[in-house]
Design a protein around this ligand. Sequence first.
Ligand code: ADP
Ligand code: MG
Length: 533
Amino acid sequence: MKAHLFVNHHIRVRVISILLIISFVFIMSYILLFQQLKQEHQAEIDKKEHFTDMAATSVDDFLISHKVVLQRLASLDSVKQERRTEITQTLQDIALAQSKATLFWVANEKGTVVGKYPDTKADQNILDRDYFKEAMKGKTTVSGPYKGRITGKEVIIITVPYYRDNKVVGLVGMSVPLSELQNILDNVMEDQPGYAALVNYEDGQVLSHPELEQYRKTYSFEDSPLYQEIRVKKLTNGYFENDQEQNVHSFITLKEAPWVVILVQPLEEFNFAINQQRERNFTILILLILFLVIITHYLLILRDMENAEKNKQTEKLALVGELAAGIAHEIRNPLTSIKGFAQLIYEKRGQDLPPFYYETILEELDRIDLIVGEMVVLAKPAPETKRKVDLDKVLQDSVNLMSYQANLKEVQLVLNVEPGTLYIEGVVGQLKQVFINLIKNAIEAIENKGTVTIQARRQGEEVIITVEDTGPGMDKDVIKKLGTPFFSTKEKGTGLGLTITYRIIQNHKGKISVQSKKGVGTKFTISWSVSRS
Ligand code: ADP
Ligand code: MG
């Protein structure tokens, strides 16, 4: 019962410690994982913002380089003097160098075109255009989209004013197709998932989109939550993530035009890297836990083995101690009386002494001899080589040896053997010792008259031998102590008989058990697996 509790307790401690370790690792990993995912997420955002920045810079660079060209143009005398043929020639030269723009022109303060390239279609008046008014105020502008009056394409228009006597007298301009803007963005987004678009900051009109026509037909960016947020909060750059939408947006306003570059990337793409990381972390976590469990288990087993080894060692030492104490005690008693009588004999030397003196000394010496003799059997380290033993014969011999003692007490010895089948591997002398010890105890237990029945039979693969007496039986306390060296309830007992018996049975790989009932009798049962040799 106690041992059982101990085992339960032991397992509980082990389970709890393993659980503790697992939860500790789990929590730690979760925190680290969480941290890492947050960092990962931030890194993704940073990356997106970096590309948004690149896209914006590319468009700004494009606009600056074209503004510079127009400014140079605006400073030319031919322009200021509005000399048409010269202007046309210059514009042609520029057009060849700036192939991205589809139309270059110069217009005077009345909005009348005074030169253009290509000069294939009729001149148009631009008095009504917004950029004209702005240019007349001396501003360089980028505006659009317009449906080009000459090209018929959707374009943006860049204009720069020109001066005479520090007064604005006209403007130079160029038309760039929206598709050119999209080319710039597409170049930036080449290896990136998703796409980039350009919208007008003021009204949300889409200037550039990979599928511009289709997009305009199906969607109104002006009404989108993103544009609302940008306008309401007057944001100039930022990152927009929204649960309802499949895309994440990052945006930035340009320096050279009132436009916003928006990077639109699918959420899946965005999450893919993070998911991958999460899966990897999860696998590592599981492996780590497994590893820890195995290690813990292994260490615990190792510790158990060590403990078991130690226990065995302690048990052995305890047994040796017990034996030594027992031997000392058992031999000291007879030695004391021998010494006493020897002393007496010495003191009364020369006198005629009663034979009782010498008899006692001899008796006590016999007892020492008996104990030492039994000790020798116990101490014998390696058993003699085993042979095939016929138990039938061993039992016959043992009973014959004990019959004299049985007769003295009017005890009947009954031997009941199933002949011919009872063979085991063993040492004859030792086995005989076992049966003599058991029969002797049985006879000694019976006070007067009774029966000792010895039975031997085969039962399946086992040989079973019982030694049963009609003696007084044993108390529970006595049964518990059976086999303990020097445990005896008899006045002249050595308490070594059963110790030796158990030891021999153990060496023969057999089992021994006892059943005893007060007032009814005692029955020892020994069993062996049948010899196969
Ligand atoms: P010893 O015979 O010298 O006392 P044993 O080791 O042979 O030592 O037996 C130990 C004790 O076990 C005995 O003293 C006795 O009390 C008890 N015992 C053994 N066999 C029997 C039996 N058949 N009936 C009753 N008691 C027994
Ligand atoms: Mg005995």
